[in-house]
Design a protein around this ligand. Sequence first.
Ligand SMILES: Cc1cc2nc3c(=O)[nH]c(=O)nc-3n(C[C@H](O)[C@H](O)[C@H](O)COP(=O)(O)OP(=O)(O)OC[C@H]3O[C@@H](n4cnc5c(N)ncnc54)[C@H](O)[C@@H]3O)c2cc1C
Length: 289
Amino acid sequence: MYPAPFTYFRASSVSEAVNLLVENPDAKLLAGGHSLIPAMKLRLSTPSALIDIRRIPELSGIREEGDRIVIGATTIYDDIMRNELVQRTLPILPEALNVVGDLQVRNMGTIGGSLAHADPAADLPAVVLALNAELKAVGPNGERTIPADQFFVDLFTTALEPTEVLTAISFPKPAPRTGMSYQKFANPASGYAVVGVAAVVTLGADGKVSAARVAVTGAGPYAVRRQAVENALIGQEPTADVIKQAASQASEGMTFNSDIFASEEYRAHLTRVLTERAVSRAVERARSA
Ligand SMILES: Cc1cc2nc3c(=O)[nH]c(=O)nc-3n(C[C@H](O)[C@H](O)[C@H](O)COP(=O)(O)OP(=O)(O)OC[C@H]3O[C@@H](n4cnc5c(N)ncnc54)[C@H](O)[C@@H]3O)c2cc1C
């Protein structure tokens, strides 16, 4: 099906994009277009205008800013996966992006587009939660920083205002002896996450867990952290039994989706299994870091 008619704008700066959003209340920003255009073709989304932000130079690229790594919102997945700084410091990003869609999706999809879209089955929301990222947004009232913990609000809903542009994602550099892992059970047809779990674990000099962040995507309406699992790990020596016990709490108190692909019970089961795998792999990597 063809999309409903719309006006096309190409913004050359973030401020121009914000002004266009203010002037066109039904408009949508266009990044990689790999979620928005299919939705428009199905007429699930009928924006009056598209504001193309792909050619705004300041929105793209990866840079080091002191103790943080900052990735511009329109940076495509493939550029993130191939970046040496990201591979060395945030290896969970290439690990997760490697299982996103196919080559074409990875050459068009953008980190900002994925996070702003907040598809319940997207991979990156769990990863930015586990990495304790901050999201930078610019709107008519200037710039603000949104912690990843406050960004995902509901199904396809984020803390972004309709007139805000997500400009960058800022990650703290991990502490020494930190390991990380993303484990996904992919839908065999679409490749999206039926459930995906991201874990980032830091070990102290005594070999015990000094910090842990675990987040789940795909399972429920939006990606969430699993603090009960984190608390069960922190201060403990991460033996196989401790990790199993912690992971057994991963599905407690969660709301699970149920659809033709997986029941609530199956998603709850996958959440526990993938949490155990992600934490175990993160601990292994922390030990050899
Ligand atoms: C065949 C196929 C397979 C896929 N498989 C996977 C998968 O396995 N895992 C996965 O996670 N994803 C998958 N995707 C989705 C893909 O990752 C999309 O590219 C991504 O969800 C959206 O990014 P985009 O840059 O294409 O955004 P767009 O489609 O351009 O935009 C999506 C939404 O975000 C808004 N938006 C975009 N950028 C910004 C910004 N900077 N600020 C504010 N709002 C913004 C847009 O207005 C729109 O509402 C798949 C897509 C396809 C087509």
